[in-house]
Design a protein around this ligand. Sequence first.
Ligand SMILES: [Zn+2]
Ligand SMILES: [Zn+2]
Length: 119
Amino acid sequence: MTAAATTHQHTNCLRCGRKLTSTKSTATGYGPTCTRKVKAAAKAEIVATYKPHLVAKAEELIEQGGIVALRGRNVFQVVASNGVDTYKAARQGCTCAAGLKGKHVCYHRIAAHILSLAA
Ligand SMILES: [Zn+2]
Ligand SMILES: [Zn+2]
């Protein structure tokens, strides 16, 4: 048994309904096969929507744990690259300098989009 505290436990896969057995699956809500399929579908949508170098930056941000969910799965808090400032990002908008100008989609929004799909 693991001592890791999880707030939410799934018993069945959200995609195919099969019983989940591993700790990781009960935490994410998807079995290993469905995790791959869901991620592949999400990735395809992201790649089709945004520029590759921004997608790479967004993925890096997620890997480094620089973005965390605030409310539900739609609003995220992002730690800026200086490690001090924080922004609020969602798929539709972001409070960083580039995001407020609104001309371009910043990678914070892409990261929010990826996480909202992967959740
Ligand atoms: Zn499944
Ligand atoms: Zn931003």
